[in-house]
Design a protein around this ligand. Structure first.
Ligand SMILES: Cc1cc2nc3c(=O)[nH]c(=O)nc-3n(C[C@H](O)[C@H](O)[C@H](O)COP(=O)(O)OP(=O)(O)OC[C@H]3O[C@@H](n4cnc5c(N)ncnc54)[C@H](O)[C@@H]3O)c2cc1C
Length: 277
């Protein structure tokens, strides 16, 4: 029988983690429970985060938003602050699984699973989000690129949890786009995904940020393509040149869902959609 500890405050959480250091953390359970079942594992204890209401809040903090790790995809997708200040993230999390998965799955769980296909990750990468890590010893902040170490690997120290994600406001980026290509229209894990922010001045790109998911060991920014677009209009010919730079930057693998060559081609193609916006 697996015991589930349900601390209701952070001090209770630190006590539970000290008492059961091997116990996996449980947020929405949509990744963890599938993983435990597949490996036929039954840990002695799980530490459930669900009663930690302070980790579920979304609020303005300084010049950004603080999105609690326990905020579900459904909550983030419809939250007025996210829709106004970081619409690319609202769009990305509204593509996670189906409604049941979006109601259970959390942003913290998506980050800590650290799948190259995590839908929130390209959006968080272009937003230049930082991850707030909490432990009994205090708080530290890590840029997303330092938090995600590789497939299934995140820079979480023992006894540490993700408390929140800090997202700078992005309303001055008029172009905010997220798209994923999957094998089916619904419930599909991304074969490749792309998030884009672009700030335009007089119709020209003043700043562009591009991040590709599912096409490298972790989410990948494409500085060459970003640089190429600067000072240009988002015309099809400019996007085609930038798409070539995206295809050159990605490092996809062949797997059961798609070949590396297909992923490379589609990673560039997704960018061409911006010509229609
Ligand atoms: C049918 C199905 C479809 C799916 N489709 C998609 C999809 O389209 N796109 C997508 O991105 N994902 C998809 N997923 C994966 C999953 O739903 C998401 O990754 C989800 O965000 C995980 O969140 P969770 O709260 O359920 O995490 P959990 O399963 O509770 O936890 C996942 C991992 O993170 C750790 N963890 C969770 N929260 C914290 C925290 N705050 N601090 C430290 N560690 C923590 C857990 O210990 C565990 O190791 C799908 C899953 C299923 C089963």
């Amino acid at each position: 029988m697996t015991r589930v500890l349900l601390p209701a405050t952070l001090p209770e959480l630190w006590e539970a983690l000290a008492a059961c250091p091997e116990a996996p953390l449980l947020a929405g359970g949509t990744d963890l429970l599938v993983r435990l079942r597949a490996r036929r594992q039954r840990p002695e204890a799980l530490v459930g985060l669900e009663r930690l209401a302070e980790l579920r809040t979304i609020r303005r903090q300084g010049r950004g938003l603080r999105i609690g790790a326990l905020a579900t995809h459904a909550m983030i997708a419809r939250h007025p602050l996210v829709l106004r200040h970081a619409p690319v993230l609202a769009r990305a999390v509204s593509e996670v699984g189906g409604p049941a998965i979006r109601n259970m799955g959390t942003l913290g769980g998506n980050l800590c699973t650290a799948s190259p296909a995590g839908d929130s990750l390209p959006a968080l990468a272009v937003l230049e989000a930082r991850v707030e890590l909490l432990s009994a010893g205090g708080t530290r902040l890590l840029p997303l690129s330092e938090f995600l170490l590789g497939p299934g690997r995140a820079a979480l120290a023992p006894g540490e949890i993700v408390g929140a994600v800090r997202v700078p406001l992005s309303a001055d980026f008029q172009v905010q786009h997220f798209e994923k290509a999957g094998r089916r229209a619904a419930l599909a894990i991304a074969v490749v995904s792309l998030a884009v922010l672009a700030r335009l001045e007089k119709g020209m790109v003043a700043e562009a940020r591009l991040a590709v998911g599912s096409a490298a060991p972790t989410v990948l920014r494409c500085p060459e393509a970003e640089e190429f677009l600067r000072g240009r209009r988002l015309t099809l010919s400019a996007l085609e040149r930038a798409a070539r730079a995206v295809r050159a930057a990605v490092r996809p693998i062949d797997d059961a869902r798609a070949s590396a060559g297909y992923r490379r081609q589609v990673a560039g193609n997704l960018l061409l959609r911006l010509a229609d916006l």
